[in-house]
Design a protein around this ligand. Structure first.
Ligand SMILES: Nc1ncnc2c1ncn2[C@@H]1O[C@H](COP(=O)(O)OP(=O)(O)OP(=O)(O)O)[C@@H](O)[C@H]1O
Ligand SMILES: [Mg+2]
Length: 276
């Protein structure tokens, strides 16, 4: 079930998360995109009419959305809405039955997963998968093997971003807390300096304070490095507190796309689809 962990998760970390002060002025206020809207910022990711099925189950039904440069786009919806399938289809793990995926304008719809990584897309799946018997450092190094040439400076950068992971670099992964594991898998995904990060339910089961830390870090990367994030969450309240734009999915279809702040203020929509 959708569970809200706190109204200002990102703010609780004590990090400035103001959404209007970091060069994002141009498209703010024109971000209603569903139905051929007027957003002007560059779409790093454009998803057009994407459909996907598992046998007779139609999990995605003509989904259209975009993730813009230097923004966090939250995809929200209840269990079974199609959020995970959307990320898996974008990153090439599930074959779409219709529609297109464009990455920086290039049609990558049927590109293999490895090609997506080299083109700048990194997918952090749900479940925080790590190799339990290996240390934190070994997990990062194994993860880097799938991400092209990764220099030592990239490992140092990940450790700087996640000091807690640095402290635990020689611990075996099975001793990590849920939050530390989540940081490890995000750090692993950042090794290849992706332009677009796909995140599947990073907050699931974590304490509000840890969620706040993780979201604050994402906000910082987006604001300072121009990273683009597509953030899938059932935890709509926290996600909308850090996102620029929200997309609500229901039964495989986009119900609404709007500015995150406006979505959070829409009581009817919140009650109908977002669980808070
Ligand atoms: N491997 C699969 N085989 C068959 N059906 C699947 C499979 N994966 C997902 N589905 C179905 O597709 C639909 C969308 O599932 P999906 O996992 O994308 O939803 P979700 O929004 O990520 O849900 P949750 O919030 O529970 O993670 C659901 O009806 C689900 O039962
Ligand atoms: Mg899911």
């Amino acid at each position: 079930m959708a569970e809200a962990h706190g109204s200002t998760a990102a703010g609780a970390a004590g990090v400035g998360l103001s959404k209007g002060d970091t060069g994002r002025g141009a498209a703010t206020g024109s971000s209603v995109i569903a139905g051929g809207g007027t957003a002007t910022a560059q779409g790093v990711l454009e998803v057009e009419g994407l459909s996907a099925s598992y046998g007779p189950v139609k999990a995605l039904d003509g989904v259209t959305l975009r993730a813009e440069q230097g923004r966090i786009t939250a995809v929200l919806g209840a269990n079974g809405a199609g959020k995970t399938t959307l990320l898996r289809t974008i990153s090439g793990l599930v074959r779409p039955t219709a529609g297109r995926v464009l990455l920086n304008g290039e049609d990558v719809t049927r590109s293999p997963v490895e090609a997506m990584v080299t083109k700048g897309m990194s997918h952090v799946p749900e479940g925080r998968g790590v190799i339990a018997e290996l240390t934190v450092d070994e997990n990062l190094r194994v993860g880097s093997l799938f991400r092209g040439k990764v220099g030592q400076d990239e490992f140092d950068r990940v450790y700087d971003l996640f000091p807690r992971i640095k402290e635990r670099r020689t611990s075996t992964a099975h001793t990590l807390s849920g939050g530390e594991r989540q940081m490890l898998v995000i750090g692993r995904a950042l090794l290849a300096r992706p332009k677009l990060l796909l995140l599947d339910e990073p907050s699931l089961g974590l304490a509000p304070r840890i969620v706040a830390q993780i979201f604050a870090l994402l906000r910082r990367l987006v604001d300072t490095e121009g990273l683009s994030v597509l953030l899938v969450e059932q935890n709509a309240r926290s996600a909308l507190s850090v996102a620029d734009t929200g997309v609500v999915l229901n039964l495989g279809r986009v119900v609404v796309t709007d500015d995150a702040h406006r979505l959070a203020g829409d009581e009817d929509l919140r009650h109908a689809y977002l669980g808070f």
